[in-house]
Design a protein around this ligand. Sequence first.
Ligand code: FAD
Length: 434
Amino acid sequence: TEEKFDAIVIGAGMSGNAAAYTMASHGLKVLQLERGEYPGSKNVQGAILYANMLEAIIPDFRDDAPLERHLVEQRFWVMDDTSHTGMHYRSDDFNEPTPNRYTIIRAQFDKWFSRKVRAAGATVLCETTATELALDATGKVIGVRTDREGGIIHADVVVLAEGVNGLLGTRAGFRKVPKPEAVALAVKEMHFLPEEVIAERFGLTGDQGCVIEAAGTISRGMAGLGFLYTNKESISLGIGCLVSDFAATMERPYTLLEDFKNHPSIRPLLAGSEVKEYAAHLIPEGGFKAIPQLFGNGWVVVGDAAQLNNAVHREGSNLAMTSGRIAGEAICAIKTRKRPMTRENLSLYKTMLDESFVVKDLRKYKDIPALLHTNSRNFFMTYPQLLSQAAQNFVRVDGTPKIEKERATTAAFIKARSRWGLVSDAVRLALAWR
Ligand code: FAD
């Protein structure tokens, strides 16, 4: 007789692993398909791991997960071409027994997570691409077709955890291709340096880590951010901007990364490093308004494929893991009640997700993507330049009376944006941030 699964999970990234692990450890018969050679081989992340969301799935993950450094310091930089104005937050409170955030390397981390998924009892097939969802005459998803020999693999429910491109869901008409202004293209490099050099450069001891998030002229007026994350023996450096902005400006991601790398504030931090990896990946950044239909007859969608990404806080993997876990729990609950995986019953997933931080956070920032998209030049070019000039004016001692310096700074802001423009930018930002 033909083998049938309780659930098929498409993708072995953060969301897929969370869903597969949750269901398999509740005793469901789970098949997970991953097109990559191994889990993580196709995945790109900064990467910061948020511990609480993994703890909710695997409480003792610290025992054997491949973690790089735990973060004790976060730097926020606003940059112009020659300087950065920073806010640094460093706290000894982060040297806690169960640290809150770690840097990770996704290729290693995803392999570890996948071993847990297998140990929980799921069947994981790598180098297998799901090519199509199989539907019955009523439009209910009954399984998937793959690029391997054989016909449909049947399951009661399919969890689409296929990442930002979400081809299966799009092909089946469950969602539209995300708009160019709702996706960022990020490029990233790994710079290798000895452990002690990293520790010394960033003032770290043991497995402490530091991250820098940067905005400003580095994105040349496009809506985007740069980042620098310390791993044990490497530094991840990257920058990403909205695809619509790349298209409009004809800027090239790699040139942006080169310039970021050579910025006088960044260059000394990377000096002497050996670059080993280069990667590019999309990030869904449309926020709340870009979330597609999350469930239907015989299917749910989780993680990046569901556009669950908080661009303001640069959180994605935690939303992916949480949505995967919640989808898994909802499916288990329906199964326990011996109910079919219909659209009606699977709406439980959305109900549960709406109550979680995932949807609450995205709802809070629902107007930010549109604001940044339509005002990128002001927020990512004009204001960073003004702030840098103001900071320099403040610290440079040249005999100019302070009152004149202050007037010059105010005049520069008004000249660049007008009084009305300044007030309106502040009000719009405050309203969108609420
Ligand atoms: P993915 O991790 O993309 O996994 C999808 C998987 O599905 C892949 O393994 C893929 O090979 C597989 N797949 C796709 N289609 C098929 C198919 N048809 N058949 C079989 N398999 C398929 N988030 C953070 O929390 N912290 C960070 O620091 C951070 N930094 C980032 C930096 C960059 C440069 C980028 C690009 C993203 C970053 N993110 C970060 C976001 C984070 O990486 C994503 O939110 C997260 O990886 C989403 O997980 P996912 O499982 O939904 O998708």
